[in-house]
Design a protein around this ligand. Structure first.
Ligand code: ZN
Length: 367
């Protein structure tokens, strides 16, 4: 049976992706694998079921930047990415794909404590080479340097306001200037909104993930209440996942349209998601996010009026779901008369925007 499946594997590998397999998955002594995905390397813990090596599907999806949806009632697990959609069924060896003849895995999807596992060979011979090719294409086309800028608020959400400045207008103006400065350096840039429209926070991160962004920078302005109106200056936030892992995991579950079933059927899911959020991949991204925040804040702090308030960890929804290094820059306090009066001036906004662009550019050169 193993031999028969191995022969078949060669067939579908060739025909589904048109690729020769590249050995991008390395076996580690005894336990685990390293999978190279678009967001970096991730360690996969492998387990044996019925003599076959399996890896957890959550970690595979995460490493490859795919969204995993479990349609409980239909008994279908979907993996979805920018150019790929696969559906798997518990217990089945068949993997369906968009407009493609189904693929057969070495063995069926198994569950252990509520977590789905797929044969490691499926990842090594089919998924990993496919993503390796995507990475190569991205490198060749400069796609690895795509910057997604996120002008805070918009539409019915105006954000903060003070001294004649409305946050949603300010952030869009600065984002457009940052874009112009980066485009002039040959960097590809996309905005999460390029007009006065409302974009939900979760969607902003999704846009960056779908486009395969190398960097995500959200642009905002601060405001404080009456008592603290002397507070001024700029600061940059990065996500501290360590503090928010359980919140994030809970949120994932709460956001599921089938949460009752998920809760009852997937008792181990929360713990699993915690591990998933705290895994190697995120540790890596966190360090990169800090490096990005430092570079931006150093530049912005140099040109902005008011205090240089430095970089800070925070639990911000817009950063929480972003797979690439991400930060959120607050360019000044609209509640502070001087900050706001400068932010009303075009030359000042240009200066701040150029500082943000310089910080991003400096970071991109380290990649
Ligand atoms: Zn804001």
């Amino acid at each position: 049976m193993v031999r028969c499946c191995a022969r078949r594997a060669v067939g579908w590998r060739k025909w589904v992706w048109g690729l020769t397999a590249t050995a991008v998955v390395l076996a580690l002594p005894g336990w685990g694998k390293v999978l190279r995905g678009p967001a970096g390397d991730i360690s996969l813990e492998s387990r044996r079921f019925g003599g076959i090596e399996y890896v957890p599907l959550y970690d595979v999806a995460e490493a490859l930047g795919l969204r995993l949806t479990w349609w409980y009632e239909a008994r279908i697990i979907e993996l979805e990415g920018r150019e790929l959609r696969l559906s798997l069924m518990p217990g089945s060896r068949v993997v369906g794909g968009d407009r493609r003849t189904p693929v057969q895995m070495e063995a069926g999807v198994v569950f252990s404590r509520g977590v789905p596992y797929v044969p490691a060979s499926f990842v090594t011979t089919t998924l990993a080479p496919y993503f390796e090719r995507l990475r190569a294409t991205a490198r060749a086309g400069g796609g690895a340097r795509l910057v997604v800028l996120d002008p805070g608020h918009g539409g019915r959400d105006q954000g903060a306001a003070g001294h004649g400045v409305v946050e949603k207008e300010l952030t869009l103006d600065i984002a457009r200037r940052v874009r112009a400065a980066l485009v002039a350096k040959g960097v590809k840039v996309r905005l999460t909104r390029d007009g006065d429209v409302y974009v939900p926070l979760a969607r902003r991160a999704e846009i960056a993930n779908e486009l395969g962004a190398a960097v995500f920078v959200s642009i905002h302005a601060n405001a404080v209440n009456e008592q603290a109106r002397t507070i001024s200056g700029s600061e940059t936030f990065y996500l501290s996942r360590a503090q928010t892992a359980s919140d994030a995991a809970t949120e994932r579950l709460e956001n599921s349209p089938l949460k009752d079933e998920v809760h009852s059927g997937w008792s181990a899911l929360t713990a699993r998601l915690k591990r998933f959020f705290l895994g190697n991949h995120f540790k890596q991204t966190r360090a990169q996010s800090i490096a990005l925040a430092q570079r931006i804040q150093r530049r912005v702090g140099n040109v902005a009026v008011g205090d240089n308030r430095g970089i800070k960890p925070a639990n911000l929804q817009v950063l929480r779901e972003t797979l690439c290094p991400a930060c959120l820059v607050e360019v000044g306090f609209l509640s502070h008369a001087t900050d706001a009066s400068y932010l009303r001036k075009e030359w000042y906004r240009q200066k701040v925007a150029e500082a943000i662009a310089e910080g991003i550019w400096e970071y991109l050169r380290t990649l």
